[in-house]
Design a protein around this ligand. Sequence first.
Ligand code: CP
Length: 332
Amino acid sequence: MIAPAPADDVADEAHLQLNADGSLRHLLTLQGLSRALMVELLDAADRYLSPPGQPVVRSEALRGRTVANLFFEPSTRTRASFDLAAKRLGADVLNLDVNTSSRKKGESILDTMYTLEAMRVDVMVVRDASAGVPAFIARNIGDYVSILNAGEADVSHPTQGLLDVLTIRRHKPDIGNLTVAIVGDIDHSRVARSAGQALTTLGVGELRLVSPPAMAPNPDDVPGAVILDNLEQGLKNADVVMALRIQRERIGNLDGIPGIDEYFANYGISHERMRLAKPDAIVMHPGPMNRGIEIESSLADSEASVITEQVTNGVAVRMAVLERVAASLEQP
Ligand code: CP
């Protein structure tokens, strides 16, 4: 279950990720990131996109730098896109196989990080199932290393939040007039939390969080959002609908959690249900997707779906973030 981070911790992380001049040193959370910095990152990501069929955009911004991907939880999209993003910026990339690393022999996470720091890794991209790990490393690592949060328990997934708002902005730039419905297992979702933070910072018109009661967030944790358990109400006149996976790996007690058929019957996003949304509404999903459970398979492949664009935009967002932190690495 999502436990809101204590206010002091959130403020500390927001402070920790910035240099004294306000530039980005680490990316730990979207909470507290200024609108101006968020827009700068989105604008930079836009410049890293090229039309389909054209060569990808490359730069030398990370030439001579080394980026390490340290994924202590499974990933397809985030890990592959950080890998490609770093390579397209000219970095050396290390994808540590954590299953064969010395953490399996009892080495602490900090000793693993210090070992990589000694090999002159400049940027560590970290995914971990425990809350607080990216900030813990950022507090303890040396002055010339940047930590990027690539998914932290059910707490935070900042580059996912950025790629989600980039995708929305490219289709519907007037964010202040949008109604966005995020549907599914909100309580266990780092994606919902980070997307919600990004949308709120950008001044979204209305943010609806729709879920079965057993998967609803604590209202104090999502200030300003409309929390609903009725899907029809949640979808009515929405401009953007984002479906989420049920994160069974994070659910300790399955009491009240619907089975697959019951879930699709009551909360699955289908063509028929999308008729409640605006006619030009877009459909999103962060992946990995369970077709036929949270989303009708043919809807995921339909004209309304921007799911593959989210993946494309993820590489551009990660290039923008890497470029930004690399630019600040020389400041102790
Ligand atoms: N959306 C997302 O984080 O996907 P992966 O788990 O595949 O990285």
